[in-house]
Design a protein. Structure first.
Length: 98
C-alpha cells in the first residue's frame, strides 16, 4: 500500500496559542475543540494521519479537508460556516418557558 508523505501544517505561534486557549476554555463546544486538537496535532512531525483519524473518529479525508480549510481561512477554520436561511427568533416570553 502506497502511503502519502505527511503534510505538516505550518502554524504561527499566535494561532497555536489561540487554539490552545480554545481547548482550555471550559465553554468551547466539543466539535470546535476536536478541530483545534486535530490542527495542533498536525503541526507535529510524528503525527500519523491514520492514527489521528482513529483517535478522533473521523476519516483521513476529513482531517486533510480541515487542514486545507486552515490554510485558506486560518484559525476561523475550526468554527462552523454560517448557514443560509433566516435565523430563529425566540420571543422573551417563549424563552422563559421551561
Amino acid at each position: 500500500m502506497r502511503r502519502r508523505h505527511p503534510h505538516l501544517v505550518e502554524m504561527p505561534s499566535v494561532d497555536q496559542r489561540e487554539l490552545e486557549n480554545l481547548l482550555h476554555d471550559g465553554r468551547t463546544e466539543q466539535r470546535i475543540a476536536r478541530r483545534a486538537r486535530i490542527l495542533l496535532a498536525m503541526t507535529e512531525s510524528e503525527t500519523r494521519v491514520e492514527a489521528l483519524a482513529a483517535q478522533v473518529a473521523l476519516t483521513r479525508f476529513a482531517i486533510w479537508d480541515l487542514c486545507r480549510r486552515y490554510e485558506m481561512r486560518g484559525v476561523n477554520a475550526v468554527f462552523d460556516a454560517p448557514r443560509s436561511g433566516r435565523p430563529w427568533e425566540i420571543s422573551p416570553l417563549a424563552a422563559g418557558r421551561d
